[in-house]
Design a protein around this ligand. Structure first.
Ligand SMILES: *[C@@H]1O[C@H](CO)[C@@H](O)[C@H](O)[C@H]1NC(C)=O
Ligand SMILES: *[C@@H]1O[C@H](CO)[C@@H](O)[C@H](O)[C@H]1NC(C)=O
Ligand SMILES: *[C@@H]1O[C@H](CO)[C@@H](O)[C@H](O)[C@H]1NC(C)=O
Length: 265
């Protein structure tokens, strides 16, 4: 059993421990149209023209992502691109970050020790994100998800491993939601109630650049891509269970004025 973890800090090369697997096709997904996944956002270091993580639109002003995506960056370095399946098109529309709220118990040092917890952050953006068929919000859950359902994952992460690069075109893939008990068999002392795991088979799953991306079931955002084994190794992919963080999320999105507009939700 391979229990070595890789966390998708794609812009922190020191922990991209590239392991020596064969060159597998990892996402194993298919091209997606943005109209099918209008809630996805691409987080980019725009000066470097580099997509590094995803997020999900949860209101006209808020993007939900993984805390580890954003814990080493200044908000002025990052732009949020929405409404396009093409990660190398910088035309926009894009939004700037006004505020980053990581979970108060999130600890960056634990990420490096592979003990990630509370890996969730809400970004407040400006100006207001208008909704249409290309960019729209996704609902937050009002009940916990049952094991054994299918969930849809998506992102622009590597499609091949151990050699890969950010995908130009948004990829999507259906995965089985497995129980935390089952998932814990693959990860020593890591899985908590706050996690939710998905699995399909060997040679499919998330990879570098997919962090922060959405897991959807029943038109609801149930997970945020957090950690995982070496890409597509046959271990499950671990997401943050959004349901367990509703209080944190709602405390930020139940809004308040932001510059230029007070009409938040
Ligand atoms: C880039 O995106 C813009 C806005 O979505 C679109 O109008 C344009 O055709 C795109 N360009 C390419 C080369 O895909
Ligand atoms: C994505 O956008 C880039 C830059 O505008 C363009 O060169 C490329 O052809 C586009 N890719 C697709 C699949 O439309
Ligand atoms: C699916 O979503 C609908 C509408 O949001 C909700 O009423 C229903 O309870 C959900 N079903 C399940 C199984 O979660």
């Amino acid at each position: 059993m391979n229990i070595q973890l890789i966390i998708f800090l794609c812009f922190t090369p020191n922990i991209i421990l590239v392991v020596f697997a064969k060159n597998v096709k990892i996402i194993g997904g298919v091209d997606a149209d943005i109209k099918e996944i209008p809630y996805i956002a691409s987080l980019r270091q725009f000066k470097k023209e580099e997509h590094f993580c995803s997020g999900a639109i949860i209101s006209h002003y808020h993007i939900l992502t993984a805390a580890h995506c954003i814990d080493s960056l200044d908000k002025s370095e990052v732009r949020i691109y929405v409404g396009s399946a093409n990660s190398s098109n910088y035309t926009g529309p894009y939004y700037n970050i006004q505020d980053i709220k990581m979970h108060p118990k999130y600890n960056k040092a634990n990420i490096k020790k592979l003990k990630t917890r509370y890996d969730i952050a809400v970004l407040t953006v400006y100006p207001r994100i208008p909704f249409n068929q290309f960019q729209n919000k996704i609902n937050l859950p009002n009940q916990d998800i049952e094991t054994g359902e299918l969930g849809l994952i998506s992102g622009w992460g590597w499609k091949t491993y151990p050699i890969g690069w950010i995908s130009d075109t948004l990829q999507k893939l259906s995965m089985w939601i497995i129980s935390n008990e089952q998932c814990a068999n693959y990860f020593t002392n890591l899985i908590r109630e706050e996690h939710i795991c998905v699995y399909r088979n060997r040679e499919t799953g998330t990879c570098f650049g997919d962090s922060g991306g959405p897991l959807i079931n029943n038109n609801t955002l149930i997970g945020i891509s957090s950690i995982n084994s070496p890409c597509a190794s046959g271990d499950p992919d671990v997401y943050v269970r959004v349901y367990t963080f509703l209080e944190f999320i709602n405390s930020i999105i139940n809004c308040h004025c932001v510059p230029f507009d007070c009409n938040c939700l």
